[in-house]
Every structure is written in structure tokens, then in C-alpha cells.
Design a protein around this ligand. Structure first.
Ligand code: ZN
Length: 179
């Protein structure tokens, strides 16, 4: 399926954040061919779901649409909403070891090592390519959400200590999903 078919396959009003270990979270996402009204409507619906869940980032595969788009709102203000379509991380600098969560891993927070600063190139909702350098939480969100587009999850980034600490919570999510 191309991106247009993937977006059309999931009706907007049925979208919701899917939890780990839903296999759709492990897919490598498809590039978006064209930024059209369907892509803009998907982004709008994702923003609604992200703010409702009190998240600061959300990737399309987290709502079951495996296309290369994610959102970030590092200040959690509706006016501060960044949309990244077909993103590429061009450069990075430094290291930051901070607490991180994920809407697909409810109630799990753990320290994850990320780059302190990244430069990302992406397409915006008007179809224009842009380049942005961000740091702090914004850089962390970009790296976390960009991972989602490759099917890489918080659990894959956890160190052995964090995995042990959150073993029970992860198993609980697995059991909830299976039932
Ligand atoms: Zn996530």
C-alpha cells in the first residue's frame, strides 16, 4: 500500500492511540507521497488525540497508520505544534540522559540516552521542506518519534536496568493486549 491507501484505510473517527505490543508499532513506515487534505486531516486528528492524552509527541504509527509523519509540542501549547513529514535527522550533537515516556507505554517512564541536539529536515503541512535545529525536550521528542517511524520503541531503547525495572509493567501491557 502507498501512503494515500494507508491513510484512506483507517477512518479518522476510529483513530486512537494503540498500546504496546500492537504489531503495527513495529512496522517500518511508508514515505508520504504528497501532502494533501487527507494528510492534513490525519495530522489534525493526531494533534487532537495527542493533546487529549497529555502527550508532547505522537507518531502516525501510534494511531495505526504506518506513514512517515509525527507531531511534537514541546511546550504542550496548542500554538506550539510542529509537524514533521518524511523527516531525516541530518546532524546531532552531545548526549542527554533524561526521563522519557510514550503514549503507547502508559505509565512507564525511564531514562533514555539521546543526542542533546539534533538538526532535522522534514516537510510541513503546506508541502514545503524545512530544516530545524532543536535541543532539550524538543530534540528528545524528535528522536523518539522518528524512532517510531522505523518501528523502534521505548522498550527497544531501554538499558538492561530499565528493562528489569519495568519488566512487570511491560508484561502487564502484553497481557492486556493478549486478552
Ligand atoms: Zn512513543
Amino acid at each position: 500500500m502507498n501512503s494515500r491507501e494507508k491513510i484512506a484505510a483507517v477512518p479518522l473517527d476510529t483513530l486512537k492511540v494503540i498500546p504496546y505490543p500492537d504489531p503495527r508499532l513495529k512496522e517500518v513506515c511508508t514515505p508520504i507521497d504528497e501532502v494533501d487534505d487527507a494528510v492534513r486531516a490525519l495530522a489534525e486528528k493526531m494533534a487532537e488525540l495527542m493533546f487529549a492524552a497529555r502527550g508532547v509527541g505522537l507518531a502516525a504509527p501510534q494511531v495505526g497508520v504506518s506513514v512517515r509523519m509525527f507531531l511534537a509540542s514541546p511546550t504542550f501549547q496548542p500554538g506550539d505544534l510542529h509537524v514533521y513529514i518524511n523527516p531525516t535527522i541530518l546532524a546531532h550533537e552531545g548526549v542527554a540522559h533524561e526521563e522519557e515516556g510514550c503514549l503507547s507505554f502508559p505509565n512507564i517512564f525511564c531514562k533514555i540516552k539521546r543526542y542533546a541536539q539534533v538538526t532535522v529536515e522534514a516537510t510541513d503541512l503546506s508541502g514545503r521542506r524545512f530544516t530545524q535545529t532543536c535541543d532539550g525536550l524538543h530534540a528528545r521528542i524528535v528522536q523518539h518519534e522518528n524512532d517510531h517511524l522505523e518501528g523502534v520503541l521505548l522498550a527497544d531503547r531501554m538499558g538492561s536496568v530499565a528493562k528489569l525495572t519495568h519488566r512487570k509493567a511491560l508484561r502487564q501491557l502484553e497481557e492486556e493486549y493478549a486478552s
